[in-house]
Structure formats: structure tokens, C-alpha cells
Design a protein around this ligand. Structure first.
Ligand SMILES: Nc1ncnc2c1ncn2[C@@H]1O[C@H](COP(=O)(O)OP(=O)(O)OP(=O)(O)O)[C@@H](O)[C@H]1O
Ligand SMILES: [Mg+2]
Length: 276
């Protein structure tokens, strides 16, 4: 999927009207199949950017085009159909606590299924081998029939990523996928994420606190600071000086220390339309 942002400004819906917008007249173009890592200090606007791209947050100014179409100019049902081609994996996946892992993973396919097939999939999750293969990519195949509330925070985060491996989405938007993972699992998750996107010929945009992972696994790096693009470069051209500048006010974050995540807050009963 091609995506274009032209002079987009956006704010969190709960932000004070007097505060500066989280994204300031931001322009960006990403071509089909491209893999982009968005880095930058906490509060830079990374999550807000993903929400705008997922059509979950309407830009206050400027325009978003997905495959040349302005999603916000579409009638509601067409916008819903378009959202079905997007996969937004939030940092804390909204997994119903009592659900089995297999059901949670196969929920990644729901946007591609009709109503009855979706209901059937929730009651009798199939195909098991698809869920098993997706879990194996994130080193979780022994958890197929485990209940979600019996998983650790890092395991839940990887279940959220395994969903992406069964989805049919052409735009994969992944928010801080590594924040609860140890270094080896983080490396494996990064490899699996980029491999899935390649196999599905999908465009991948991931926000990452782990700068070294971003540089090692993604071809293009967008540095975001205060809602603006500080640099947009091939990974090979991102210098230490640029990184130091990007994180000048938060040098501790450059070492990859992700903000703490409250995984206990994952007990969300429903799947938001654009957050699967
Ligand atoms: N829940 C909220 N209520 C009000 N304003 C918010 C909220 N969440 C974010 N914002 C505003 O939007 C700005 C950008 O936030 P965003 O979550 O996009 O940053 P981020 O780069 O993803 O940060 P982090 O690395 O901590 O996840 C924040 O600086 C804040 O001003
Ligand atoms: Mg964020």
C-alpha cells in the first residue's frame, strides 16, 4: 500500500486545545512493500503518527492518502472496508483475558472474513496449523491453548504480533513491538515482523525505542522529534551525531530503555475496529 501524508497536523483527542499539536504539518511518502522504523524520544508523536496512518485519528490539518484515496472523504462503509486492509498493533495488545491464545491469534483474520465466518472462528478457531505457525515465528508454539491472562507481558506482546502474521492487511502499523522483550526475543521478533511483511508484500511501519534494532532490521529510518521529522534516511546514513541530536534532551532513551508498560491494563473486553 502506498501512503502519503501532506502537511498533516494532529493531536490526541484528550489533549488540551492550548497545547502544541502532537504532529506538526508532517509530510511523508512510503511506497508499497517499504519497511520504515520511526524512532524518537518519548512524546515525539510516534504513536499519534501510527494512529493517523491507521485512520483511527483524523488529521486536524493536511491530508492522508492511502493508495491515492483520502480515507476521510469516503462514506462510512468504504472507510470500514479500507480499515480492514490496515493492521494497527498497539504496544499493549487488546487481548480479552479469558480468551485462548489460538482464538486471539486467529482474530487477526477477522477483517477478511464475513460475519458468520467471524462468529464461527471465535467459537471454533480454525485453522489451528495457521495459528500454530504464526506463534512459532514468535517462539510461542507451546502456548496455543493457553489462556491469555496466564501469559507474561512479553508473551502477550508476542501474541499481538502473531496476529499480524495471520492477517491479510497490506499496511502493517506496529507500535513499540519490543518493549517487553528480552534482547534475543526482540531480535527474533524484529526478524519475524520484517519477514512477514515481505511475504505478504505489505508495507510495514514500526515505532521503536530500540534504536540499534531499528538500524539493524529496517532499511529506512524516520527520526521524529516534537511532532516533526528530524531526518528521513536510509539506515546506513543515520549517524551517531544525528541520533545524539534526536535524543539530545533524553539521552537515556538512546540506550534503548523503553518506557515501562502496564500489561495488567490489557484486560480489554472488545477489539477496537482498527486495533486488532
Ligand atoms: N492520553 C493523552 N492525553 C493527552 N495528550 C496526549 C495523550 N497521549 C499523547 N498525548 C500528547 O501527544 C504527544 C505525542 O504523544 P505520542 O503518544 O504520539 O508520543 P510517542 O512518541 O508515541 O511517545 P512514547 O515513546 O512515550 O510512546 C504527547 O507529547 C502528548 O502531548
Ligand atoms: Mg508511543
Amino acid at each position: 500500500m502506498t501512503l502519503v501524508l501532506m502537511g498533516c497536523s494532529a493531536s490526541h483527542p484528550a489533549a488540551k486545545s492550548s497545547s502544541a499539536p502532537a504532529l506538526k504539518a508532517l509530510s511523508l511518502r512510503v511506497v508499497p512493500g517499504e519497511q520504515v522504523a520511526v524512532i524518537g524520544p518519548s512524546g515525539a508523536g510516534k504513536t499519534t503518527l501510527l494512529q493517523v496512518l491507521a485512520c483511527a485519528l483524523k488529521p486536524a490539518q493536511g491530508q492522508l492518502l492511502l493508495n491515492g484515496v483520502d480515507p476521510w472523504a469516503l462514506p462510512t462503509h468504504a472507510l470500514q472496508r479500507l480499515r480492514g486492509q490496515l493492521f494497527l498493533a498497539p504496544q499493549v495488545p487488546p487481548l480479552p483475558p479469558r480468551q485462548r491464545v489460538v482464538t486471539a491469534v486467529l482474530a487477526g483474520r477477522l477483517p477478511a472474513l464475513g460475519l458468520w465466518a467471524s462468529l464461527a472462528s471465535l467459537l471454533y478457531p480454525q485453522p489451528l496449523d495457521l495459528a500454530d505457525a504464526a506463534l512459532a515465528r514468535f517462539d510461542l508454539s507451546d502456548k496455543l491453548f493457553e489462556r491469555v491472562d496466564r501469559l507474561s507481558g512479553g508473551e502477550r506482546q508476542r501474541v499481538g504480533l502473531a496476529r499480524l502474521a495471520v492477517s491479510h492487511a497490506k499496511l502493517l502499523l506496529v507500535d513499540e513491538p519490543l518493549s517487553a522483550l528480552d534482547p534475543e526475543r526482540a531480535r527474533q521478533a524484529c526478524e519475524s515482523l520484517t519477514a512477514v511483511a515481505r511475504e505478504h508484500q505489505a508495507t510495514l511501519i514500526a515505532t521503536l525505542h530500540h534504536v540499534e534494532m531499528a538500524l539493524a532490521h529496517f532499511g529506512r529510518i524516520v527520526g521524529l522529534r516534537d511532532g516533526e521529522i528530524a531526518f528521513d534516511l536510509p539506515a546506513t546514513q543515520v549517524s551517531t551525531a544525528l541520533l545524539r541530536d534526536l535524543y539530545a534532551r533524553h539521552p537515556d532513551e538512546l540506550t534503548g530503555a523503553a518506557p515501562a508498560v502496564d500489561f495488567a491494563a490489557t484486560a480489554q473486553p472488545v477489539l477496537a475496529a482498527s486495533c486488532r
